[in-house]
Design a protein around this ligand. Structure first.
Ligand code: CS2
Length: 482
């Protein structure tokens, strides 16, 4: 049954702005605040959120306004469904509806304490750990900073207005799957600000906090079937409704510059040392996801649970986690890594979620660095084997052909899509691998120049070509145990 928010929403004040009101934010960030509000004493329930989107998604925000800013989350696995009416949202902002200055003006409001971001890896416009000045949206925003379109341009313009208005400290909290996402956000924002006005950059460094955080919840894009399932329970359609897994984790670096909501009441954890958490999640969960998505997708599996129903992929992904990701992790006191791996395998097998391999394979160029580059370098330094990691990278090189092994389309949704298509059209075999390894956005020189790295990827690519992706994975399983 639907649960109505167990708190008086009229007390909420706009203390929090969330940029990126996508499926993940609805099921994770706002859900943690929802639980927090339910657990707080009455007089302290004032953490309301304004949600924004920058580009697409205006109709989702209009629908949310029409629904009194309430939407539903169905947490489901093979043991059942729990439905929640989620209530922390106070209002919505979209530049196409409210004007291009609406979000920057909101960032300047004195009552705002926190801005959270779910803008995906590419939303940060990064290159080499700082701002990518060659990015077309960044260039346009630097030329016309008062009318920004990129996320970084919007943040900096908002902070400029906040400084001008004489209002102080604020926390900007990244919730995307990047290592040290707070440092990267700070670097992109201050690089941009410094190009505009060095005083603004200094002010940001002195007044704005950029903690890092590790977020985790599997939230597939909604399908029509999900909407129908949800509508059957609710008795009506909720355009902003979400179906996701019951698991949720949020580990946040305890370095806020302004007031901070007591999110521990909603299940979040505070830490002084975020890197081990980020590394564990990115290399164990997200790396495994890329493995299943790319190789499973090329083999014809449409969803992650279908991959897990295939014994070859289920066994291989477990070995990737335990033998290739786990040993590379920085120590995390108290962590039970084999238990974490078992839990991940169970989560991936959730048959109630139809998490599409093609969805996870999107933006792969943005994802591989934090999921594989460090761990592969770790193995190369020690001479230890990394065959399943090699297969993931080689699987991507095969994915860009745009068709799976049965001839069905594999979409190429990626900021580098034009270059990837050109490589796929013009190269094969070793030349394909070489052209891909020249993508400096993905493979740093330090890795790409190592002969044993190149040889490992070439062999994996050759195996996929000769035998097919699934058979290449199966052979790797049997070779190693022989
Ligand atoms: C996935 C993630 O699409 C992807 O790349 O690996 O969205 C994953 O589902 C989440 O990070 C889980 O927390």
């Amino acid at each position: 049954m639907t649960q109505i928010p167990a708190y008086d929403r009229s007390r909420l004040r706009p203390r929090w702005l969330h940029i990126g009101f996508g499926a993940f934010a609805r099921a994770h960030i706002l859900m943690v605040l929802h639980r927090t509000l339910a657990a707080l004493p009455d007089g302290e329930r004032d953490w309301g959120v304004t949600v924004a989107r920058l580009n697409s998604g205006r109709s989702a925000l209009d629908a949310l306004e029409e629904a009194d800013c309430l939407y539903h989350v169905a947490e489901t696995d093979d043991s059942g469904v729990e439905l929640h009416a989620v209530g922390p949202v106070l209002g919505t902002l979209h530049p196409a509806r409210d004007g291009i200055g609406a979000i920057p003006d909101h960032i300047a409001r004195p009552e705002l304490d926190l801005v959270t971001l779910t803008i995906t890896e590419k939303g940060y416009s990064l290159k080499d750990g700082g701002l990518n000045r060659e990015d077309a949206a960044i260039k346009a925003d630097l030329a016309n900073p008062g009318e920004p379109r990129s996320a970084i341009g919007v943040l900096v313009e908002g902070l400029a207005r906040r400084k001008k208005a004489g209002h102080g400290a604020l926390t900007v909290l990244s919730c995307d799957n990047l290592m040290e996402n707070g440092h990267l956000t700070r670097a992109a924002v201050t690089d941009f600000a410094r190009l505009r006005d060095p005083d603004l950059a200094d002010w940001i460094e002195a007044n704005i906090g950029f903690p890092s955080s590790m977020v985790d919840r599997i939230v597939p894009a909604m399908t029509e079937a999900d909407h129908e399932r949800l509508a059957a329970r609710l008795g009506r359609r909720d355009d902003n409704g979400i179906v996701c897994e019951p698991f949720l984790q949020w580990v946040i670096e305890d370095r806020f510059a302004a007031a901070r909501p007591p999110l521990e009441l909603g299940g979040a954890q505070w830490t002084d040392e975020i890197q081990p958490w980020e590394a564990m999640k990115l290399r164990m969960l997200n790396g495994s996801h890329s493995f299943l998505a790319l190789l499973g997708g090329v083999s014809g599996h449409a969803t992650i649970d279908a991959c897990m129903g295939d014994a070859v992929f289920a066994k291989a992904v477990e070995r990737l986690m335990l033998e290739e990701a786990a040993p590379t992790l920085p120590p995390l006191p108290g962590a039970d890594i084999p238990g974490y791996a078992r839990q991940l395998l169970a989560r991936f097998s959730n048959s109630q979620l139809k998490h599409r391999t093609a969805q996870i394979a999107s933006d792969t160029s943005q994802k591989l660095p934090q999921r594989f580059v460090t761990s592969i370098a770790w193995h190369l330094d020690r001479g230890s084997p990394w065959p399943f990691s090699a297969l993931v990278l080689a699987g991507w090189m095969r994915w860009i052909d745009g068709v799976d092994e049965a001839g069905n389309e594999l979409p190429i949704n990626d900021p580098l899509a034009d270059r990837l298509r050109a490589i796929a059209a013009g190269t094969e075999g070793q030349a394909r691998v070489e052209a891909m390894l020249d993508l400096r956005e993905v493979f740093p020189q330090s890795l790409a120049s190592r002969p044993e790295f190149r040889a490992g990827i070439e062999a994996a690519y050759e195996a996929i070509r000769a035998h097919g992706a699934r058979a290449a994975v199966a052979r790797t399983l049997s070779e190693d145990t022989a």
